[in-house]
Design a protein around this ligand. Structure first.
Ligand code: SF4
Length: 311
């Protein structure tokens, strides 16, 4: 059904640049966030920059519900970067549990080591310093600078990209990979004032996570329904390249997950024969194990033994 496009009267937030592209979006989205944001541990005052950084690593490809218990255990065990830096990288992989994409655990460990060695154990405040840490890309650097230090950065995750694609560009889904045009749009939509920009980053992300979701957009309770270009156009169907599926069963990722699960549980090096039992197909099993070794997630030892990495 086509909904009428009724631009709201302009009501700039205190931090808006007059006439900026996002003026009419900031106030309703931030007001909605103030009323509906989830109370998540990494958003609390006591989370600190390290808590924010850990959450950003964990949340990149994993839903909040699965992250929560691992996050709590992680911060209880390693409340500061230096605590994690002292451990073997394999301990980070072990504690990562079943969050998936376990290279993130190694990257987080590497970042903790660099923070300890280069920054006296404190998560650096500057975006460029964050970006220079191993394993930290543009998204994570922007997210930590924005959420931990209240700075003004475009924080472009999947949820934000979907909200912008629909509300502003008028299409159902963003491209499969982030484009220069999306980055330009995100910068154009950023409120001028630092604190407002930081709130906007968190609020637009939460809107994508709770209301404008990939499968079930809840336009009837969306604070920017009146300005949404995709809704106004009658929600035209996606015309771009096919959406990437999330298949898992039968993939190398599944085999890698099974192999790692055995090694996480083990207190001593594991023989090849034990690993062979997790998957029947030998070629795929060998490929998965080789991949884990190449990624530094598994360390091969003499005598056909394997363990999580010590160095
Ligand atoms: S109106 Fe609907 S499609 Fe548009 S941003 Fe809100 S939830 Fe998403």
């Amino acid at each position: 059904m086509t909904a009428p496009a009724k631009p709201l009267p302009h009501s700039p937030s205190p931090g808006d640049a007059p006439g900026s592209a996002g003026d009419a979006l900031h106030r309703p989205v931030i007001a909605w966030f103030d009323a509906h944001a989830r109370d998540l541990p990494w958003r609390r005052e006591d989370a600190g920059p390290w808590g924010v950084m850990v959450s950003e690593f964990m949340l990149q490809q994993t839903p909040v519900s699965r992250v929560l218990p691992v996050y709590e255990q992680w911060l209880a065990r390693w409340p500061r970067p230096a605590d994690l830096a002292k451990e073997a990288p394999g301990e980070a992989v072990r504690a990562w549990g079943r969050l998936g994409y376990p290279r993130r655990a190694l990257r987080l460990h590497g970042a903790a080591v660099a923070i300890t060695e280069r920054h006296g154990g404190d998560v650096p405040t500057e975006h460029a310093q964050l970006l220079a840490l191993p394993g930290i890309g543009e998204y994570t650097a922007a997210a930590v600078a924005s959420f931990a230090y209240g700075q003004r950065h475009a924080v472009l995750d999947t949820n934000v990209r979907r909200v912008f694609a629909r509300a502003v560009t008028g299409v159902q889904y963003p491209p499969n990979a982030t484009t220069a045009a999306e980055r330009k749009l995100a910068r154009a939509l950023l409120p001028e004032e630092e604190h407002t920009a930081s709130r906007w980053a968190a609020a637009s992300m939460e809107l994508g996570a709770l209301v404008c979701t990939a499968r079930n957009e809840a336009c009837e309770r969306c604070p920017i329904a009146a300005q949404c270009a995709w809704l106004a156009a009658g929600k035209p169907a996606h015309e771009g390249p096919a959406r990437r599926g999330q298949t898992y069963a039968g993939t190398d990722r599944q085999v890698r997950g099974k192999l790692l699960a055995v090694l996480r549980e083990a207190v001593a090096p594991v023989p090849q024969a034990t690993l062979d039992r997790v998957w029947d197909e030998p070629v795929q099993r060998a490929r998965a194990l080789d991949g884990l070794v190449a990624d530094g997630l598994v360390e091969p030892l003499r005598g056909g033994l394997y363990r999580l990495p010590l160095t």
